[in-house]
Design a binder for this molecule. Sequence first.
Ligand SMILES: NC(=O)c1ccc[n+]([C@@H]2O[C@H](COP(=O)([O-])OP(=O)(O)OC[C@H]3O[C@@H](n4cnc5c(N)ncnc54)[C@H](O)[C@@H]3O)[C@@H](O)[C@H]2O)c1
Ligand SMILES: O=C(O)C(=O)C[C@@H](O)[C@H](O)[C@H](O)COP(=O)(O)O
Ligand SMILES: [Zn+2]
Length: 380
Amino acid sequence: MARTVRVELGERSYRIHIGSGILADLGHIVRETLPRATRALVVTDEGAGPHYLDRALAALRAAGIEAGSATVPAGEPAKTLSEAARLYEACLDTGLDRDGCVVALGGGAVGDLAGFVAATFLRGVDFVQVPTTLLAQVDASIGGKVAVNLPRGKNLVGAFHQPRAVVADVTTLATLPAREYVAGLAEVVKHALLRDRGLFALLEDETSAVLARDPALLEDLVERNCRIKGAVVSADEREGGLRAILNLGHTVGHGVEAVLGRVEKGEPGATPREGLLHGECVSIGLIAAAWLSRRAGVLAQDDLPGRLEDLLRRLTLPVRLPPGTDLAAVREAMRYDKKARAGRLRWVLPVRVGQVQVTEHVRDEDVEAVLADLSRPLSG
Ligand SMILES: NC(=O)c1ccc[n+]([C@@H]2O[C@H](COP(=O)([O-])OP(=O)(O)OC[C@H]3O[C@@H](n4cnc5c(N)ncnc54)[C@H](O)[C@@H]3O)[C@@H](O)[C@H]2O)c1
Ligand SMILES: O=C(O)C(=O)C[C@@H](O)[C@H](O)[C@H](O)COP(=O)(O)O
Ligand SMILES: [Zn+2]
């Protein structure tokens, strides 16, 4: 039986369906949520598509929906304006009108790109998220932030466009490469630090079960995270205030990702470089936030940085910058943080496990010092 979490947003409210094997119910869910949608474009990528596209199309067609599909390159390199342009053509080829819908089948990259296309095609059509990575099931598929990257940074062109439904089938996580699964855990740790001491303790106590992707535990984990994120989004849909807390770890994280991630830097069509994943950058950014919190006098729980680092390391997430990281480039990229106001960065800093504070009062020299410390190799 699927569990549901409702994201309350007035007329834009929607349900997140979480369960095992519920990809087969996709057609019914779309039919029930969007009774006028007779056509859908399923957007997937080269990683998720081979595993799940046929099943998604069959489920939609069985429910009487005419479904076409488009496949984009795997992961972050797809989040470009040129891929968005290709998808607008696919929307036209599929015959989508304003009653049609876009279905995002894949990780956060597919969700962000397909959601951006849905937000802008015909000035906005409905979209449904079918997340197939842990990161997308616990975070990216919820809340309506949709975007593509620019060479200078992450998510610099986008919109707020809520999905009409989210269908998170945890059995799809079985085919996810280990490194991608672990990257998703960084956003789980973020949610725990923000609002859930019990979740932080569970991650500490049951690290092996979490890494083993125990299916029953996965449903609980996804539901718990959806409740945390859903509540924040319900309270502040467009990041006027509270929602900024969901950016914990992302000021340094996005700066690092712009420099060392898979953000498209070259000409369209150039071979994407290898690099750090979003969740890996967030992991490093969480450590940065904890250390900055101590320097800024915000930290009220002395053992938090140590416990956080220990947990991230046990989850096999990175906690230091790779040797030789260009710190000046990271600082430059951080300037494009969307939380900045009047040229000043705003920081989300942990106070204790389960509580954070948003502040502008962080000294430049402390940021420099933390980045320098992060680029020193781990001892032991
Ligand atoms: N909109 C938001 O609120 C939000 C929140 C967090 C992150 N994000 C964005 O999400 C992106 C990261 O998402 P992600 O971590 O899901 O990575 P991703 O979308 O890049 O997917 C990771 C890789 O896994 C493959 N894959 C996906 N599902 C699979 C499956 N079930 N089996 C096998 N392979 C599969 C993909 O093809 C890709 O190669 C970043 O662009 C980040 O900025 C957005
Ligand atoms: O939903 C949010 O709000 C978040 O900040 C969640 C983040 O995990 C996510 O990476 C988001 O895309 C970052 O948004 P941005 O506004 O910093 O680009
Ligand atoms: Zn994130």
